[in-house]
Design a protein around this ligand. Structure first.
Ligand code: GLN
Length: 234
């Protein structure tokens, strides 16, 4: 399983979000604390962000371990953004290890990361998928259905493949969306902004766990959580 995070708020450097915290994504790439599947996330990484004045996201991805990227370590303290989405990858057995298989995926407007696995046979073929990795096919499906239908799409895919793990994290520069479906997610709300992360990157007592099967939405106005469980009222 992978680990991912997103930030929406006052500008933060990529280093402050991804490299510097005591249990940063960098540390999680070799020593995650809460990961349920897999032990290292060494099959690639990706960081996406919105630079001031550009409507579309910028991405930097690699098929190599994050801890080996001296170039990213050098540039990350010099780049700040109000909205960032980053991931480190542990490839599911049988999936390709290539840059295009590392999250975040994009449709040009949204960035999206998938922590989990899904049987590709239950996903429609997607000509515009960035890679044949299950996560890229799932991203293509989510983009084509529209982000307003994210919860519904996850519920449908989860019903088609009961063994699927569908922890998604998405951002469009002004909004974050996330689902929990089989793995952990934590949220940190501060005066400066909101973070969503597979696991807390430090011991700040304000981190709160998101229950499984939940849809989370973060806007500048606040955070909402909705149950994805069909048996509970939305
Ligand atoms: N199935 C996806 C992949 O192979 C995600 C893996 C994960 O969450 N570890 O990249």
């Amino acid at each position: 399983m992978c680990r991912h995070l997103a930030w929406l708020g006052q500008p933060r450097t990529l280093a402050a979000l991804v490299l510097d915290p005591p249990s940063s994504l960098l540390v999680q790439s070799h020593a995650p604390r809460r990961q349920r599947y897999g032990t290292v996330n060494a099959d690639g990484w990706g960081v996406g962000f919105w630079a001031a004045g550009r409507p579309e996201p910028a991405r930097w991805r690699s098929e190599r371990p994050l801890w080996g990227s001296a170039s990213f370590a050098s540039v990350a303290p010099a780049v700040s953004a109000r909205c960032v989405l980053a991931a480190v990858r542990s490839a599911t057995v049988g999936m390709p290890i290539e840059e295009a298989a590392a999250a975040p995926f994009t449709d040009g407007r949204w960035l999206l990361s998938h922590n989990g696995r899904v049987d590709r046979a239950v996903l429609p073929p997607a000509r515009d998928a960035e890679s044949v990795v299950d996560s890229a096919l799932l991203a293509a499906l989510v983009f084509s259905r529209g982000m307003a239908a994210l919860g519904e799409t996850v519920r449908e895919v989860g019903a088609a493949d009961p063994g699927a793990r569908l922890n998604l994290l998405a951002a469009d520069g002004t909004r974050l969306l996330a689902t929990t479906w089989g793995d952990t997610l934590s949220v940190l709300v501060t005066d400066e902004g909101t973070a969503l992360a597979s696991e807390p990157w430090d011991d700040d007592p304000r981190w709160a766990d998101v229950p499984d099967r939940t849809l989370v939405e973060v806007t500048p106005d606040g955070l909402t959580q909705t149950s994805l469980d069909a048996s509970e009222p939305a």
